[in-house]
Design a protein around this ligand. Structure first.
Ligand code: HEC
Ligand code: HEC
Ligand code: HEC
Ligand code: HEC
Length: 208
């Protein structure tokens, strides 16, 4: 083999390495950032008896009315104090009163929807990306749940996730929110106790 040949080969290898780096970069760019799709998408499957009716349970919960409540008497009073004309249009309120903080047109009016707690679902909502049945394992024990987490689902399921759940809930159930009652006793009572967070009320806990 002469030096020219060797050079050509080295160059080829370098091209191959460069090409694979370009491919890797392209793949990283192509990796879709999950976005919010709205509770209507989750409803398609999660409104049935054999999955646990999470949609129906949610629809009857205060979280589903979190945008409506902004237009009520107290909502308008809180907004007025802050010089906000329309609380239902203000990110200062929607930040906690709807999925995705009000930045997403699709979820702007739905209130605190599935994805506010479970994470943006445009990728994991696909059946094969988060759902399998019949193994006898709890959902949070399944490999597909870990896959879903890598695709945007928040890891808030199961008894070991109480800390993560506490962080999730208190992000909105914060003591210094603009709508917190002035009365300090009332304010204290509105702090979610850990027990409530652990059991999530009016709700659809993991079926044990
Ligand atoms: C095509 C049907 C379908 C759609 C759409 C769907 N799911 Fe699911 N989901 C399922 C099934 C089936 C399971 C597994 C239930 C079981 O094992 O009992 C599941 C499980 C889950 C779990 C438990 C954790 C896991 O990974 O198993 C969560 C949380 C969840 N879904 C949230 C959502 C949310 C939020 C949406 C909307 C963004 C959604 N799902 C859309 C069918 C669906
Ligand atoms: C940091 C998150 C957060 C922000 C920002 C926020 N809220 Fe709230 N809001 C909550 C939570 C959590 C509750 C439920 C509290 C409870 O009942 O325990 C709530 C409840 C309410 C309620 C119903 C309960 C009541 O007190 O009558 C109204 C009305 C309300 N908020 C108005 C507003 C308005 C108007 C804004 C914007 C100026 C706003 N909120 C901004 C988190 C927030
Ligand atoms: C306020 C936050 C919150 C909202 C809103 C919410 N979830 Fe959940 N969800 C949770 C938490 C927390 C758990 C885990 C409870 C546990 O581990 O005990 C859970 C559990 C689940 C599970 C697993 C239940 C099982 O039996 O296996 C599914 C499926 C699910 N949610 C779907 C949904 C869907 C669909 C919506 C919207 C219609 C929704 N969730 C809305 C917080 C929420
Ligand atoms: C994206 C913000 C957000 C998150 C995350 C959130 N909540 Fe809420 N929650 C609200 C708002 C806003 C209300 C008031 C809705 C209304 O009055 O209609 C509310 C209402 C409630 C209420 C009813 C309070 C009452 O006085 O009637 C309970 C209980 C509750 N949430 C529990 C939880 C738990 C437990 C979690 C975590 C698993 C959680 N929330 C996560 C925003 C949030």
């Amino acid at each position: 083999m002469d030096t020219n040949d060797k050079c050509a080969r080295t160059r080829l290898v370098m091209y191959a390495v460069a090409a694979s780096l370009v491919f890797a970069a392209a793949a990283a760019v192509a990796k879709v950032e999950p976005t919010y799709v709205g509770t209507g998408r989750c409803k398609i499957c999660h409104d049935s008896d054999n999955l646990g009716n999470q949609y129906r349970i949610w629809a009857l919960s205060p979280h589903a009315k979190a945008v409506q409540v902004l237009a009520g008497e107290r909502g308008r009073a809180v907004a007025q104090k802050l010089g906000i004309d329309n609380a239902q249009e203000s990110l200062a309120c929607l930040r906690c009163h709807t999925t995705g903080g009000g930045a997403n047109e699709k979820t702007r009016a739905e209130g605190v929807g599935c994805e506010a707690c479970h994470g943006p679902g445009s990728v994991y909502n696909d059946f094969s990306n988060h759902a399998t049945m019949g193994s006898g394992e709890r959902p949070y024990q399944k490999a597909v749940y870990r896959k879903a987490i890598s695709l945007g689902m928040k890891p808030v399921l199961g008894p070991d996730a109480v800390k993560a759940r506490e962080k999730l809930c208190t992000h909105c159930h914060a003591i210094d929110r603009p709508c917190a009652p002035e009365d300090s006793e009332l304010r204290k009572r509105q702090q979610l106790p850990l027990q409530v967070i652990a059991d999530i009320p009016f709700s659809h806990p993991v079926r044990r």
